[in-house]
Each structure stands twice: as structure tokens, then as C-alpha cells.
Design a protein around this ligand. Sequence first.
Ligand code: PSU
Ligand code: MN
Length: 308
Amino acid sequence: MTSPDGPGHPDVSCSDEVRAALDEGRPVVALETTIFSHLGLPSPANGEALTRCLDAIATAGAVPALTAVLDGVARVGLAEAEQERVLGPATKTAERDLGVAVGAGWEFGATTVSASVTLAAAVGIDVFATGGIGGVHRGAGTTGDVSADLGAIARQGVVTVCAGAKIFLDLAATLEYLETLSVPVLGFETDEFPAFYTPHSGLAVPQRVDGVVEAAAVLAAHRRMVGTGAVLAVPIPSADALDAASLHRVMDAALEAAEAEGVTGAAITPFVLARLASATDGDSIPANLALAENNARVAASVAVELAR
Ligand code: PSU
Ligand code: MN
């Protein structure tokens, strides 16, 4: 655990391994824990996702840093013996919940993207990997439901590596919102904004980058000149992608079910994810694991390049 007077943040406990890497300028990649909890993936796929993401980051030469609130302590980097805790039942913890989770002593607050980039920034981590980000929900004009992920990505200055966002969101509005927040959206070896299970959303990315060297050069220049966070959107590997047309049908049905059952707010994303997994007969799970692992690998390669 970090010493309270060391660099970092007095309320954020950083593992020795992560602290040492940061102090020595070695590459570190932060991870959220909602994706690995029962809120993100069913068991045992969640455990497999965790192992594959941690291994992908280490293999690419970076140090993985899981973020969570455990027993009322905000943590960055978990020891191996503690990692199993993130697979259990959790309370979804967005950025606004961090103070609540610490103050009220939550047993396991599973970090979303917004909470993760906040904890990463607090200890000096520049790169964060996840599956997909939250965004502007369909019908946000009436409900006002825009994920806190977007504002946190903008404010915390961390690079978020993701496979875009799921098509139950309004992806066009999500891209507009990121533009409003001055967050560059870089397509990694693609001209199209990826839509999580499929590389295809039909929407162009504002900027394409090819290879980690170009990605790192653009991200480093953005950091020097603007300082907001950035989104590096990595398409799911084509061998693992799902069919876009059938996905649209399943998503529409899941959204209708959410509305019919009166599911709103923070409960919508976990509800739709669970519906989707059952409606695709589990086909969505291997795709989810593959894209999460791929994002972790790309994020680690970018972190290695940025640390050069
Ligand atoms: N999208 C996914 N899987 C997820 C999430 C989003 O495909 O597990 C999680 C992430 O933790 C993300 C959060 O930060 O949901 C966004 O939730 P909301 O829409 O309530 O902001
Ligand atoms: Mn929401």
C-alpha cells in the first residue's frame, strides 16, 4: 500500500507494484471492475475475462492496475489474493459514488469507466482499458440519461481504450457529445466508430491512427496541447465479431423490455447486458471476452510506447 505522504492521492491506496512502476516511469494500464463483477459478465466468463485482460497487459510489457473500492478504501492495483473479490456481487460505482463508497464503507464498489479514470488520474496512470464506454442513451432528449463516463473521460485526461460503445446507445449523439467535451476519438486502424460486438456502426471516426507508434504520437501531442482525455476506439477482431443486423434486433427487444419493466437510470446498462447475453444464447460472451482482451493488449502496447 502506498504511503500517505508519497505521490498520488491521500484517499487512494495504490499497490506497491503499481506505485513502483509509476515511480520508475514504466507503463501501467488501469482497468475498471464493473465489467468483471456480476454487473458486467456472468460467472465463470467474468473470471476468464479478468485473467485474459491481466495476462494481455503483462504480456505486452505493462503493469495492470485494477481499480475498485474494497472495504471502504479506494484502490488502484490489487494483489493476486484479492483479485477474486472483484468477481463477486458488487455495488456499481460511478465517479460520483466514489466519496459515498469510501465514506459509507462499501464492501465492494465496482468501478465504472468514470470512476476508473478518476482513480487512475489520481495516482498518475495515463492509459485505461475497458470493453465499451457508456454514452448518450437513446431518448436522452427526454430522460437526460447521458453516462457520466463521457464527462469523466474529458476531465481526467486519461486515454480510454475501448471497442466503442454498444448499439443500445445513441452512438451518433455519443460522438457529438465527445466532440462538445473536446475529447478526440481515434479509430485504431479503422475509419469507422466500432459498436462493441461489431466493428460496424456506420459512423465515421473523426480521426484514424495506424499502429501504436502513430497512436502514441497523437495521444502525446494531445496531452501536451489540450489535456482532456481521449478515446482510442479499437474494433473487435473480425474473427470474433457478431452479425450487426441480428444484434440490432436483439438490442431493440432488450430496450423494449427495459421500458416495459420500468427499468431506468443506472440499472439500464446491466439489464440490457444480461438480456443480450441470454437472447444471443451466450454468443455475446466470447465476443465480449475477445474484445476486452484485445483492448487490454492494445492499451498496454500504447502505454509501452508512451513510456519510451
Ligand atoms: N458497457 C458495456 N459493458 C459494461 C458497461 C458498459 O458494454 O459493463 C459498464 C461500464 O462500467 C460503464 C458503465 O462505465 O457500464 C456505464 O454505465 P451507465 O450507462 O449507467 O453510465
Ligand atoms: Mn445512465
